[in-house]
Design a protein around this ligand. Structure first.
Ligand code: NDP
Length: 330
């Protein structure tokens, strides 16, 4: 019966090596045969969606394709748990990569990809955070598990004005950390201070230097950019400090020496929000909906429609995207 449903999706087609996205009508019958059919009311924009929509084959192999690594909405058909009528969040795994994602009004996914909506939240609230918020939470979680504490000194957040960075800044500031935000956007200094950053410094703070070590100034770090800035950051971390590493907007390659690790005992902590067990995601969603709530990020989130996706995704690829963007299918 549900297979008769037609719905709107923003799908990307490959034409002569170019990737073009547009709204089109799709059929539920063409979704993959999984246990849970969800009517998606909201999705969230992520850098990975921009990679998928621009034809990055490491993210999406085959086109046409509906991106959207995040989705939230109501279960309309289910052969298990969560049952029909449940409000759920789906992030990561293969959603929006090679499984049609949240930029469509319907998805059909395995039951073990679905997290029940935290108490007091609705789909839009969940998608303000989305994968980016979840990742920021996972980064903070790893630092705390390594013993990071405010009295150790400042924690630095790179890519601070981005989707992961803004949430990381607000969570850490809320936990009492002195937060130094690294941002390339001068016009975001006030906004970052508004989220709780004590200091905002330019990207030149992490400019490449030939020295194997630099004066240590940061007790801990959340790094969302990777590449050369991460290598420089490692040289500036205080003894015993930790760096949660989740992103690669400045490049996937990190050329470092072992010096920060063997002379200062610095810990480089990898953060994956995609393939981790559902229970780890559930725990961080719970934190985000309670102790780690980010009211300023929530208030600043922008809603867009499917017709705005093209421009918004291009801004991600240029490093110009700011804060959290919610896709509202209404
Ligand atoms: P955004 O584009 O929203 O933010 C990235 C920010 O990094 C930009 O806003 C900009 O901030 C800064 N930046 C952009 N380009 C450069 C550059 N060349 N050099 C230095 N800084 C730069 O992306 P997200 O926050 O959504 O994601 C950040 C990274 O985390 C991405 O690589 C993404 O793929 C990754 N990620 C990984 C996840 C995981 O599971 N490991 C999950 C989610 C995201 P500013 O101008 O303030 O410097």
């Amino acid at each position: 019966m549900s297979n008769d449903i037609e719905y709107k999706a923003w799908r990307v087609h490959e034409k002569d090596g170019e990737y073009v996205g547009a709204e089109e009508t799709c059929r539920v019958a063409d979704l993959p045969a999984n246990e849970v059919l969800i009517r998606v009311t909201h999705s969230s924009l992520n850098y990975k969606d921009a990679l998928s929509a621009s034809g990055n084959k490491g993210v999406t192999r085959n086109f046409p394709h509906t991106p959207g690594i995040d989705a939230a909405g109501e279960v309309v058909e289910s052969s298990g748990t969560p049952g029909k009528g449940s409000q759920v969040i789906v992030t990561g795994y293969d959603l929006g990569m090679n499984t049609p994602g949240g930029f469509g009004e319907y998805i059909r996914v395995p039951a073990q990809w679905c997290v029940e909506m935290p108490a007091g939240w609705d789909a839009r609230k969940a998608m303000i955070y989305g994968t980016a918020g979840l990742t920021a939470g996972l980064c903070v979680n790893k630092l705390l598990r390594m013993g990071a504490a405010p009295e150790q000194g400042p924690v630095v957040v790179t890519g601070a004005s981005g989707a992961v960075g803004t949430v990381a800044v607000e969570i850490l500031a809320g936990l009492g950390f002195e937060v130094t935000a690294v941002s390339g956007k001068e016009d975001q200094v006030d906004a970052l201070k508004g989220l709780g950053a004590t200091a905002v410094v330019g990207r030149e703070t992490l400019e490449a230097s030939p020295k194997p070590m630099l004066k240590p100034v940061f007790a801990n770090a959340v790094d969302t950019v990777g590449g050369a800035p991460l290598a420089e950051l490692l040289k500036q971390v205080l003894p015993g400090g930790s760096v949660s590493c989740c992103g690669l907007v400045a490049g996937p390659k990190v050329e470092t020496t072992v010096m920060p690790f063997i002379l200062r005992g610095v810990n480089l902590l990898g953060v994956d929000s995609v393939e981790i067990p559902l229970d780890q995601k559930r725990q961080v969603w719970h934190k985000l909906s309670s102790d780690w709530a980010c009211p300023k990020t929530e208030a600043a989130a922008r809603d867009i429609g499917r017709g705005d996706l093209d421009g918004a995704l291009r801004a991600f690829l240029k490093g110009e995207s700011i804060g959290k963007i919610v896709l509202d299918h209404a």
